[in-house]
Design a protein around this ligand. Sequence first.
Ligand code: ZN
Ligand code: FE
Length: 257
Amino acid sequence: MTPIVFHPFICRSDNYGLLLHDPETGATASVDAPDAAAIASHLEARGWKLTHIFTTHHHQDHIEGNEALKQRFGCIIIGPRAEAAQIPAIDQSVSGGDQISWSGHTLSVLNCPGHTKGHIAFHLPSDQAVFAGDTLFSLGCGRVFEGTMDEMYRSVSQFGELPPDTRLFCGHEYTQSNARFALAVEPGNAALQQRAVEVDRLRAAGQMTCPSTTGQELATNPFLRTGSAEIRRALKLDSASDAEVFAELRRRKDTFK
Ligand code: ZN
Ligand code: FE
């Protein structure tokens, strides 16, 4: 199996576009479709033809390009079963536990309710990569719009159970503002301090901060660190459950300035 080529880029101000390309077969997938014109121009620049779209959830900034890209490339759109009615031009719906065979590679589908009810993620173990949509961001996680805090806690925690060298591709470039919140609740975390410096340097140079790895996130992302004594002290939740710590972190992040 030839390694998949990953091409991430930023569009619509802070959305990540991501193209996956198999140089052996020519198969090319877009993870979500935030911006049809931007995706088409990144494809064109590489001479790639879009064969698939993997949709994580129904929000407009993840599906807006579906119709136009389908019209132009005739690509197959695979998305969350529980949101199939809200995914334009969807061909195939999947849910947690399903496996997708793509260009000789296998993607496993993870259910990630919380940000939206039917949100899914795609894990590509052969290439050490996971596509998390708006569930897990570098140093943060998505807002809980449709599901419960408990659901979001479990959805986010799953990523911490993947092999630590798994590259985390997420839906938005929010790392710099996430770092400010993470440092506010765990200022003594040396790995986090280092990551924040690196993120500032990358953003100042106009570069992307993703992908990170799930191992890096376990060491730095407060939403995967609900057992941290420092975080628990900061929240005055020393003996609370992990799910309670998670919920309090998420609530505080919602109003953090
Ligand atoms: Zn979203
Ligand atoms: Fe989004």
